[in-house]
Design a protein around this ligand. Structure first.
Ligand code: IMP
Length: 462
């Protein structure tokens, strides 16, 4: 880590499946090799959890490098910002004894979530199953720019330059929407947040370029995942921003000439929240319908834990039950929303396409320890999707491994892994055509096998 005369480089880390692959954990592991960790898309729809000595820290908008005290945290122009929620997040981080002054910068060009965005998203969310954070309507207003004589595209920098006019514009948009009293309350919340946010706003388009030219290394942190890209994902069941690595150099305010590696993060227990295709889903349509209905209520995690015996479900012949058991046992519920996630088989066919389409150089696979649970199923094997040829799913059943926890707790390198898992990971590398940067064997920082040496060196020639 240094700002020297030699220009630095940028790596881009993205999720390769449907979001929630454990990107924040990987950033926590590799982040000390970088000077800047930057977000380039999305906003409070993201939920990134980092394990700290004081318990899990759930981040929504602040980049995941908060625990790395030498790291600059940058929120790029491609992001949306909910000012009130950001103040709450900064205060939560402050309470952990972490001061973000001089470390956190928000591009003045980032778009502001306005009260009516939340309302529009709330009313329309059902069809897609959005997180209801107003992200889609905010990006839509950015593209609309003006409606009649009203400016609907409001950026963070508008509050820096002329806070009163910016508040007036936000109010005018709320009034045009219907001026419901709770929208007025939300305008007041924005007003209250502005003074606390101002010190973090950066009105300097060249900031990232200058830092990298001076030697800083950047890690771009993707939110959501490539399958949820607004154009390249499973449209329309996607988020409203570009999540693919190429967009890091638009929304992250740096020219692509500094790009070095693209790092993909996936997990062995695949999950998806919201609607949309998920060909590897355990229980298929039944699971999708159940999760959609359960997402409309709160407390599903507690209810499922109380109502079901996951070990009995695991032994069922019905894949829907197996999916539910894996959700309960591996904690697959939305960080921000608490929604139950749909659960799928380890899907090498989807991953292989994601890797190829996005030029991924290396992959970190989380939740490999959870594959051990398949040993408790009726078949005792791990189902792995290997292709979708002729619209027919091909599933390979690999022998499961028992007593998994005991087998991996001491694993520090690939050779320490149980034979079956090591073989599965070699098979995965071959199928994906790129090396594995790491294997997650538990949520904590030290329960992973990582090949940090893959991050040494310069951009490989294609
Ligand atoms: P939106 O991003 O709130 O508009 O939601 C659109 C779709 O993206 C929905 O299916 C969400 O569940 C999904 N989505 C948004 N953010 C995340 C995330 O951080 N992880 C997983 N899915 C997400």
């Amino acid at each position: 880590m240094s700002d020297s005369l030699k220009p630095g480089h940028a790596d881009v880390l993205v999720g390769l499946q449907y979001g929630d692959e454990g990107k924040a954990k990987v950033i926590d592991i590799i982040g000390d090799r970088y000077d800047i960790i930057a977000r380039f898309n999305g906003g409070a729809n993201a939920g990134h959890t980092i394990e700290t000595s004081k318990g899990p820290l759930a981040l929504r908008q602040v980049p995941s490098g908060v625990l790395l005290d030498k790291c600059t945290l940058y929120i790029g122009s491609g992001c949306t910002v909910n000012l009130g929620m950001l103040v709450d997040e900064i205060n939560m981080i402050n309470r952990l004894g972490i001061d973000l002054t001089g470390r956190l910068f928000i591009s003045s060009r980032a778009a502001v979530i306005q009260p009516h965005h939340l309302e529009v998203d709330r009313l329309n969310s059902g069809h897609i199953g959005t997180t209801m954070n107003g992200i889609g309507p905010c990006y839509a207003d950015r593209a609309l720019r003006m409606v009649d004589d009203r400016r609907v595209s409001i950026s963070v920098g508008d509050f820096l330059r002329d806070s009163e006019s910016a508040i007036a514009a936000v109010s005018a948009n709320a009034v045009a929407y219907g001026n419901a009293s709770h929208l007025t309350d939300r305008v007041e919340q924005i007003k209250a947040a502005v003074s606390q946010i101002k010190p973090y706003i950066l009105d300097d388009d060249l900031y990232m370029v200058r830092r990298v030219q001076a030697g800083a290394n950047v890690l771009f942190e993707g939110a959501q995942s490539v399958e949820l890209d607004v154009a390249k994902g499973s449209v329309p069941f996607v988020t409203s921003s570009h999540t693919i690595p190429g967009f890091a150099y638009v929304g992250g305010d740096l020219p692509p000439k500094y790009h070095r590696y693209t790092i993909g993060v996936a997990k062995a227990i695949v999950s998806r929240v919201g609607k949309g295709p998920m060909p590897c889903e355990l229980g298929g349509e039944q699971s999708a319908t159940y999760c959609a209905a359960a997402s409309l209520t709160t407390g599903t995690r507690e209810r499922e834990k109380k109502e079901y015996d996951p070990k009995a479900l695991l032994a069922s012949s019905d894949p829907f039950d197996v999916g539910m058991a894996l959700r309960i046992l591996t904690g697959e519920y939305g960080t921000g929303t608490g929604r139950p996630r749909r659960i799928g088989m380890f899907d090498l066919a989807q991953l292989r396409d994601s890797v190829a389409l996005n030029g991924v150089d290396m992959v970190f696979i989380n939740k490999c320890d959870c594959l051990g649970l398949y040993a408790l199923t009726q078949q005792g094997t791990i189902p792995v999707v290997t292709s979708y040829g002729d619209h027919q799913k091909k599933v390979l059943n690999i022998k499961g491994f028992a007593a998994f926890e005991a087998d991996t707790s001491a694993a520090r390198q690939f050779s320490d892994l149980p034979n079956q898992l090591r073989d599965l990971m070699s098979f995965t590398e071959e199928a994906l055509g790129c090396p594995l940067l790491g294997i997650g064997l538990g949520p904590s920082r030290n329960r992973n096998v990582v090949r940090l040496d893959l991050l040494d060196g310069s951009r490989p020639t294609p």
